[in-house]
Design a protein around this ligand. Structure first.
Ligand code: GLV
Ligand code: MN
Ligand code: MN
Length: 421
């Protein structure tokens, strides 16, 4: 028997950006080394967007692309001037990522709209499906990039000049893909936003609950630091005459981990901090490292706790000069504050799930999402489905099809409620 269309679409999207582009249909098909590399601006990102746009058009939706590559598909409402109900997520992936982080929310929204059409449901408010540009920050180093522009935190003009790791501007990357539009969506015309996503943590899987209703989304910031010491011969440079950038960086790795743990112990906070990126130059055993690029991720549900830890980390990096003779250059590419979700949308999700007799759990999101940007401007909530073993940002990310189906059911009912509100 053929798979339902949404399942087939997730499997097809799951091939794009995989080094071995095979169909991945079950947990047993997962492969630790062949995850998705579908960064914004790549050929594979283009393929995924074109695939989505075709499905959107087949569904009879009006597709528009904005000036930074966010994709919108509209089902007109009976009251064309009422604020829309928007739902969706992103198609780009982290490096070596899984196939659900992002696409699941986009395809769930598309499927919900198709089911409403199949049922002959006449929505009062317009409904918009969205695929945000560059959510993961894996190419342009700006996490939640497309929604950040949409809410006006950075201008379109500035966003288009930002370069990816290969030195290509967002403008050129989108032009190369022919996926830069000229549409501008005014959020004044959007009333509600709801994002379906994999939990990316262990709670729902452990408790065997299909649906999480998110109440708060974590704050999230990065510190990018470049440490510059003195590249030199590993055999002839005495130990006391070195400016070893990697030894200095190693101190920061320890500092970040220790201070995050101490903060949790002291405050009982949700603090997490990670040095997830370290590029050593020139990177040879017989050369004292001359420079290190570090990427540090800091998160907390409490903005001031997150900002204090960020300040401490920056001070520790500056201090390296005295002890290691290492210069530092620091960049804060973004700071997304924590955001509570809208009680009105939370209630709508709860009501939808209860009408379907699907159990739910209230929870917080430790991952960042476009929803937290959207929450600054429109009434927003999120709906989570379980991640097996709590694994995500990994090729071993998996969610059972049955849970995805439950997520789509609850989303469809929620949109139905909100569209008539
Ligand atoms: C976004 O996926 C993040 O939480 O890093
Ligand atoms: Mn992600
Ligand atoms: Mn995501």
């Amino acid at each position: 028997m053929a798979y339902p269309r949404w399942k087939e679409e997730l499997i097809e999207l799951g091939k794009l950006g995989r080094r071995n582009p095979v169909r991945t249909e079950s947990f047993a098909d997962l492969d630790l080394v062949n995850g998705l590399y579908r960064m914004e601006g790549t050929k594979e990102s283009k393929q995924s967007k074109e695939y989505l746009i075709s499905r959107m058009k087949e569904a009879g939706l009006q597709v528009r692309i904005d000036r930074v590559g966010n994709i919108f598909a509209r089902k007109e409402g009976k009251k064309t001037t009422r604020g829309a109900v928007m739902s969706g997520s992103h198609l780009d992936s982290v490096l070596n990522g899984g196939m659900f982080d992002g696409p699941l929310g986009v395809i769930s929204a598309l499927e919900a709209v198709r089911r409403l059409a199949d049922q002959g449901f006449e929505n009062e408010r317009p409904i918009e499906v969205v695929a945000f540009m560059g959510e993961e920050g894996s190419a342009f180093r700006k996490v939640l990039f497309g929604s950040f522009v949409l809410i006006g935190k950075i201008s379109t003009e500035e966003a288009l000049t930002i370069k990816n790791d290969g030195g290509i501007t967002l403008k050129d990357a989108l032009d190369n893909l022919r996926l830069r539009g000229n549409f501008t969506l005014d959020l004044e015309n959007v009333e509600y936003f709801i994002e379906t996503h994999v939990e990316q943590g262990p709670i729902l899987d452990k408790e065997r609950i299909s649906i999480g209703i998110v109440e708060n989304i974590t704050g999230l910031t990065w510190v990018n630091a470049t440490l510059t010491g003195q590249e030199n011969h590993a055999g002839t440079t005495p130990m006391n005459a070195r400016k070893d950038a990697l030894v200095a960086a190693a101190e920061i790795v320890q500092f970040v981990n220790r201070r995050a743990k101490e903060t949790v112990m002291a405050l009982g906070s949700s603090t997490v901090a990670t040095v997830g990126k370290m590029i050593v130059h020139p990177g040879a055993p017989n050369i004292v490292p001359g420079a290190v690029e570090m990427g540090i991720d800091i998160r907390d549900a409490d903005l001031s706790v997150m900002q204090n830890l960020q300040k401490e980390i920056i001070a520790a990096i500056r201090d390296l000069k005295d002890r290691h003779g290492v210069e530092s250059r620091i960049e804060i590419p973004f700071e997304h504050p924590p955001k509570p979700c809208s009680q009105e949308v939370i209630q709508a999700v709860a009501k939808a799930a209860s009408s379907l007799r699907i159990p739910t759990k209230r929870m917080n999101s430790g991952a960042g999402h476009d929803a937290q940007n959207m929450a600054e401007k429109v009434k927003t909530a999120m709906l989570f489905v379980p991640s097996i073993g709590g694994i995500s940002h990994s090729p071993l990310e998996w969610t059972n099809w049955k849970d995805i189906e439950n997520g789509i059911k609850v989303l469809t009912e929620t949109i139905k409620i909100l569209a008539q509100q």
